[in-house]
Design a protein around this ligand. Sequence first.
Ligand SMILES: [Zn+2]
Length: 298
Amino acid sequence: MPTPAASPYLPPLHYRLLLRLAACLVPRSARTSWQARQDARLFHWWILAERGELPRRGRESAALLRGAFQDALQQRISPAAVTGMIRGPLFYLLTAACLFTLLAASTRCFAYTRHLVELALLLLPGPPGLRSDVLAGHAFILAISLTAAAAMLFIRHPPAHSGGWRYWTFFALQCALVLTFVPLVWIESGAALRACFPHHEGLRALSTLLLTLAYLPSLAAALAWVLADQRARCPVCLRRLELPVSVGSWSSVFDPSATEFLCDRGHGALLLPDSSAGAERWTRLDQSWAGLFSHSSG
Ligand SMILES: [Zn+2]
């Protein structure tokens, strides 16, 4: 078999350059062998193409190069590493930062919210201003929604014995982000929607009403998601627990149906009851279990 360099079937330069580009993604220690494998693959593919054995050459060449880039990317960032990053607390915070940035960029840095704050500062010391009805409406809905949110958190918060200061700090941060982000979306999207109907007072009122009706359940759903997300996190490392296993039985009183989750770093196992009657239980694993999870923590 001739070598690629000496063969009359040398693949075109742009294919080889694209493979070189993909090779830049591969870690340096594995780059040479990866490049040799891909060069050989391209060489054999090109022989078939030149012999006319590949009727859809364009599509297959694109698939070949796409596969090479995907493989190179997986060499650099393995799927397991990506999954591990998504399970970690940093992913949540980065996602929240991106959402806030997008909202700020699309609303001229929360223009309507800043307008309401300025209005409130004007009204506080003296007699009612021109737009006190707008401010009072927003303040009333905000007060109702935040009171309901506080009641929901008080009733359904994670058990007091869960985790340490990192666990509760992260929970407070999640709550603060949701309680800031959802009202901001409501205020700014309401202003944007009303601006679409500058001369139709009825449509403006209707859009405000519909948006407010959507806002309250949205805030409740977002908080429910935060509570569920926090419960599904390891109290030690704050990563999302995995490997759910069903235990117990719905017909048993002493061993009720529940789902047990495991921390992939080996910190412990969390038992979550499937019904509201049971209690959550966190079982910390000692160092004797460390060997089983060394591949994850490594
Ligand atoms: Zn853990």
